[in-house]
Design a protein around this ligand. Structure first.
Ligand code: ZN
Length: 134
């Protein structure tokens, strides 16, 4: 009798499938990670407190000439887990919750910023209205 070499038994086969499924779902959950470990630091609490203390008004409403109390310290450039960006005070702006949850999320999704400034120009510096005419 020849030994059954190189041939996976049913049990081994299942194990290798489960292994690849495990690797897949691990990769998937990595993409949705919430960076809670960064927000749960004393350093972030202090940074956020200073930001809202120094800039107590919503930056987006301020651009519209409106005075609204800010409650969120927002990262201007999305940090996506990058600690250097996360803890960079230059990368913070104060926003009210509706601005943070609305316009900002929209900007990050679509790459454009909704709304206009007091002169009727779009707030988005990349908007084609703002690009110099040829
Ligand atoms: Zn606002």
């Amino acid at each position: 009798m020849m030994p059954d070499g190189g041939h996976l038994t049913g049990k081994e086969n299942r194990a290798s499938i489960e292994k690849s499924i495990g690797a897949f779902s691990f990769g998937f959950s990595m993409a949705k990670i919430s960076y809670k470990h960064l927000y749960n630091t004393k350093r972030w609490y202090r940074l956020r407190w200073h930001q809202l203390n120094d800039h107590p008004l919503c930056a987006m409403h301020q651009a519209l000439g409106q005075v609204v109390e800010a409650t969120v310290a927002d990262h201007i450039t999305p940090h996506r887990g990058d600690e250097a960006l996360f803890f960079d005070e230059e990368n913070l702006q104060s926003l009210c919750k509706p601005c943070h949850d609305g316009a900002k999320q929209q900007l990050e999704k679509s790459g454009t910023l909704r709304g206009c400034d007091v002169n009727g120009l779009p707030l988005d510096a990349n908007h084609h209205w703002r690009s110099p005419r040829p």
